[in-house]
Design a protein around this ligand. Structure first.
Ligand code: C2E
Ligand code: MG
Ligand code: MG
Ligand code: MG
Length: 283
């Protein structure tokens, strides 16, 4: 492979690959610099009680403030994952989110804090160690720190995934499957693996009021999750009509622009000072 011949040797690449490779290396370089310069911020999006509209927790979502502009994680998380920069970045996210949760806990708010975990982080050996350390440092109440993982991380070697999950659970982690329904959706592992909840993907919620198939899928996921004793979050809820339909299906936690977009920590505090983010639902 050309790579083994050194960084400046691209003789086996086509011109298009050359451009792509250069772009990647330059992005990687920028990311590395950004980590050193601490150009990352966490935004927080509330998770709310569907009926009362009260805030139950927050999901931490990373942003990169690059030359005054906010860059979305979709643009750099995949690259960070490929280059292993996700490890220091993910570590920073976990520590920062837990520290923020601690500040809010000390201010009298009993909230959960959800953190997205990448595949490399999940299979790495350090996560359980960091988690123990963070929980010891912050004295967060038990069960308040949620890890969001994806179905693909559990596929392949299910026994290995099970061991990882059990280790992390012993360290104090709680697990939600993010973007549920978009992955491989082999349901057998849901029974076998120590998963605590599901986040139904936004793509199903989006059409729930107009499309009977989406509605049926969501209803089926909800009923299955309840049977398996899993908690359920609906992501991407944008309308009151979607909220009403979801509420009729069972005890679902709501996340989406209807309640709030992801916001900086300070703005989240303003949300916390309100009694509820949504008017109570009367069914
Ligand atoms: P996700 O974990 O599924 O996060 C939900 C995404 O949906 C967020 O996008 C959020 O802003 C967006 N969203 C929430 N409610 C609504 C809504 O009502 N309508 C619409 N249209 N969108 C909504 P965001 O913040 O751009 O994050 C994108 C993805 O990047 C996340 O998807 C997650 O997979 C990844 N990500 C974000 N932060 C981190 C992180 O700290 N670590 C890792 N590994 N991945 C992260
Ligand atoms: Mg997530
Ligand atoms: Mg999600
Ligand atoms: Mg998603």
């Amino acid at each position: 492979r050309a790579k083994s011949m050194g960084r400046n040797n691209y003789q086996y690449f086509t011109p298009e690959m050359d451009v792509a490779a250069h772009r990647r290396i330059s992005m990687e370089y920028k990311l590395r610099k950004a980590i050193e310069a601490q150009e990352f911020e966490l935004f927080y999006q509330p998770l709310v009680h569907i009926q009362s509209g009260h805030i139950l927790g927050a999901e931490a979502l990373i942003r990169w403030r690059c030359e005054g502009k906010l860059i979305s994680p979709a643009e750099f998380i995949p690259l960070a994952e490929e280059s292993a920069l996700i490890l220091p970045l993910g570590d920073w996210v976990l520590r920062t989110a837990a520290h923020q949760a601690k500040l809010w806990q000390d201010a009298g708010h009993d909230l959960t804090m959800s953190v997205n975990i990448s595949s490399r982080q999940f299979s790495g050996a350090d996560l359980a160690v960091t988690l123990r350390e963070v929980l010891l440092d912050t004295e967060l109440r038990p069960g308040r720190l949620y890890f969001e993982i994806t179905e693909s991380m559990l596929m392949g070697d299910v026994s290995k995934a099970e061991t990882t999950l059990l280790n992390l659970r012993e360290a104090g982690g709680t697990f939600f499957l993010d973007d549920f329904g978009t992955g491989y959706s082999s349901l057998s592992y849901l029974k076998r693996l120590p998963i605590d909840g599901l986040k139904i993907d936004r793509s199903f919620i989006k059409d729930i009021t107009d499309d009977s198939d989406s509605r049926a899928i969501v209803a089926a996921i909800v009923s299955m999750a309840r049977t398996l004793n899993l908690r359920i979050v609906a992501e991407g809820v944008e309308t009151q009509a979607q909220r009403g339909l979801l509420a009729s299906m069972g005890p679902i936690v709501l996340q989406g622009y209807l309640a709030s977009r992801p916001v900086p920590a300070q703005d989240f505090e303003a949300l916390l000072s309100r009694d509820a983010l949504l008017p109570p639902l009367v069914i």
